[in-house]
Design a protein around this ligand. Structure first.
Ligand SMILES: CC(C)(COP(=O)(O)OP(=O)(O)OC[C@H]1O[C@@H](n2cnc3c(N)ncnc32)[C@H](O)[C@@H]1OP(=O)(O)O)[C@@H](O)C(=O)NCCC(=O)NCCSC(=O)C[C@@](O)(CC(=O)O)C(=O)O
Ligand SMILES: [Mg+2]
Length: 290
């Protein structure tokens, strides 16, 4: 099923209060986190809590992704072993490499066979947050057919690069562009890093526009208050939708006359403009706007 993935809201996997409301917060996708938001001493309890939540709670159709611990740790292996059996929509692979994605995929296939689940149903979401991951993002995506999107993790990435994280974000310009272009080439989603300063609304809005302008298709959130703003900015505007509809209507007329290129309000319209209009309408439809 194709679904919008404008927001992916992180929820710490050890916080039952936040988890119980996850399905009504309005995010397109929820990431139940077993990695960095959970301390070492809480890892086992968080895994059990997330497993029970997946079994017992109604998320009202919201996509559920579980961020697992690194596969180099016992926690990561146990996370897949336990969580895959309660069928989340996807697992998020931290500091992803090709090997991690392949190994996760193999483990999922084994569990799906054991459980009699449909093969390939549980998807993978690599988190690109190292210099190695960024330079190998295409190969990481191609490591498994289960990969449906990539998330950029800017805090870890800039720590790995040894550069400062700034409000303007010039240090992640290359990462955003590279991930956006690679994901587009692979026809999967490119999700932007979360914005951490809850008090800097202006900076938050600028950050979303920058990510969108570079081709990212959605953004991670860390707080429910961030969801509506991200949705508004990632959704096509009313004017964009109106123009796209006008282009498609004009295209239909032009087709009748055997024309591949025509003008609308004095401006040339040809194949790329039509493709852009179709994309706008597809996004608007997924967001329930048309
Ligand atoms: C930021 C803050 C502490 C603020 O707390 P505050 O208390 O000020 O929030 P308030 O707004 O006052 O809360 C009002 C009401 O909303 C509820 N509520 C809040 N947040 C909610 C939520 N997320 N989900 C559901 N419900 C929520 C709350 O329970 C309350 O409910 P109630 O009491 O009933 O009224 C809190 O949001 C929070 O913990 N966020 C999640 C943080 C997290 O997961 N981080 C790890 C993932 S990022 C990461 O890892 C990126 C990366 O991978 C990338 C890289 O590399 O760059 C890396 O490595 O960094
Ligand atoms: Mg991280």
């Amino acid at each position: 099923m194709e679904r919008p993935r404008r927001t992916m809201l992180f929820i710490p996997g050890n916080n039952p209060n936040m988890i119980q409301n996850a399905g009504i917060l309005g995010a397109d996708s929820i990431i139940l986190d077993l990695e960095d938001a959970v301390s070492i001493t809480e890892k086992d309890a968080a895994r059990l809590l997330v497993k029970n939540a997946l079994e017992d709670l109604d998320f009202y159709g919201t996509e559920i992704v579980v961020r697992i611990n690194p596969l180099s740790s016992d926690f990561g292996i146990k996370d897949i072993e336990e969580i895959a059996r309660v069928q989340p929509d996807a697992l998020m692979v931290t500091k992803a490499t090709e090997e991690d994605v392949q190994k996760s995929c193999e483990m999922l296939t084994k569990i799906e066979k054991e459980q009699g689940f449909e093969l390939g149903n549980i998807k993978l979401f690599p988190l690109i947050e190292t210099a190695y991951g960024l330079e190998n993002v295409y190969n990481i995506i191609k490591s498994s057919e289960r990969v449906i999107g990539v998330l950029l993790g800017a805090e870890d990435l800039t720590a790995d690069l040894g550069v400062k994280r700034t409000a303007g974000g010039k240090e992640i310009f290359y990462a955003r562009s590279k991930i956006a272009v690679t994901c587009k080439a692979c026809r999967i989603d490119a999700i932007d890093t979360p914005f951490a300063d809850m008090n800097d609304r202006e900076g938050f809005i600028k950050d979303i526009f920058t990510a969108k302008s570079l081709g990212m298709t959605g953004k991670a959130a860390i707080n429910p208050r961030q969801i509506d703003t991200i949705h508004e900015i990632f959704a096509p505007s009313e004017d964009e939708i109106k123009y796209a509809q006008a282009v498609i209507n004009a295209m239909k007329e032009a087709e009748k006359q055997g024309k591949g290129v025509f003008s609308l309000d004095g401006k040339m319209v040809d194949a790329p403009i039509i493709m852009r209009a179709q994309n706008v309408l597809k996004k608007a439809k997924l967001a329930g706007l048309v």
